[in-house]
Write a protein that binds this ligand. Structure first.
Ligand code: TYD
Length: 217
């Protein structure tokens, strides 16, 4: 039985991590298949080590292409060790960020080229594409304000330190990706209150996973 590969995407401050924490138990309660939550960068032992390298605020000398290659290397390991085996077992795999993050952050944010980053990632993933992607959209100013407000209870990493212009480019790239591939990418307005964002995500997943959905969960 083939599994289902679902990814969550969004600019910094979209609330992706909190939304997923609330959403996953609700999703799991509606499905008979196991739901496996994982994240990038990281998700496997070697991939978590690469994550530490990439996000360490001390690594200010990291070249943009080096960074893109490290994300792709981390992704490859995570894919073969965690995602592919779970999909082969028939699970619903929910991954917090995937290739779209690299296209948006490295391709557009760091301006090394969206097409080049996509091609490099196709090598890393062997062309594995999510079945469904939920994109949590927030304007950069809103996302950045949320990060500032939660600074004390969150690690302020190297990528959070980027300029507003960087974050604007990231969001614009996400919006372009969503426009180009509406069959795969569902956009949800993440400026809404958290409970509404979670409900909208669940509704989108219900539509996609209708055949597996247990109503009285
Ligand atoms: P993450 O831990 O998902 O942070 P958040 O909770 O804010 O989503 O991701 C950390 C950072 O890594 C985030 O700023 C986005 C960045 N990133 C990339 O630049 N490229 C990538 O390919 C991935 C997966 C993440």
């Amino acid at each position: 039985m083939a599994g289902t590969f679902i990814t969550f995407e969004g600019p910094d401050g979209a609330g992706k991590t909190s939304v997923l924490a609330a959403l996953i138990p609700q999703l799991a309660a509606h499905l008979t298949r196991p739901v496996r939550l994982t994240r990038e960068p990281g998700g496997a032992q070697l991939s978590e080590k690469i994550r530490e390298l990439i996000l360490d605020p001390a690594n200010t000398a990291m070249d943009a292409r080096t960074e893109a290659l490290l994300y792709a290397a981390s992704r490859r390991q995570h894919l073969v060790e965690v995602i592919e085996p779970a999909l082969e077992a028939g699970d619903v795999v929910v991954c917090d960020r995937f290739v779209d993050s690299s296209v948006a952050y490295q391709g557009a944010g760091r301006q090394i080229g969206e097409a080049a980053v996509l091609a490099m990632n196709q090598f890393a993933t062997g062309g594995r594409t999510p079945d469904l992607t939920i994109y949590l959209d927030v304007p950069s100013a809103v996302g950045l304000a949320r990060i500032q407000a939660h600074r004390s209870d969150r690690q302020y990493d190297r990528l959070d330190q980027e300029s507003q212009a960087f974050h604007e480019r990231v969001r614009a790239a996400y919006l372009r990706l969503a426009e180009q591939d509406p069959a795969r990418i569902r956009t949800i307005d993440a400026t809404q209150p958290m409970a509404e964002v979670v409900a909208a995500c669940l509704a989108a997943l219900h539509v996609y996973l209708a055949d597996d959905w247990q109503a009285n969960a």
